[in-house]
Design a protein around this ligand. Structure first.
Ligand SMILES: [Zn+2]
Ligand SMILES: [Zn+2]
Ligand SMILES: [Zn+2]
Length: 49
């Protein structure tokens, strides 16, 4: 379901082009590999994939 998301709470790290996490293109956005999970920036939070 595209309108549901699992928010990663207490995510203090900010992912970006220069962060140490691997970026993976995922359709119209970019995921970041973070501790074995994929995190996707979504508004003011990060989603678990
Ligand atoms: Zn979300
Ligand atoms: Zn990062
Ligand atoms: Zn993350």
């Amino acid at each position: 379901m595209s309108d549901t998301c699992t928010i990663h709470e207490d995510h203090t790290h900010v992912h970006g082009p220069d962060c140490e996490h691997e970026a993976v293109e995922h359709g119209d956005h970019v995921d970041y590999i973070h501790d074995g999970h994929r995190h996707a920036p979504h508004g003011d939070h990060y989603d678990e994939h």
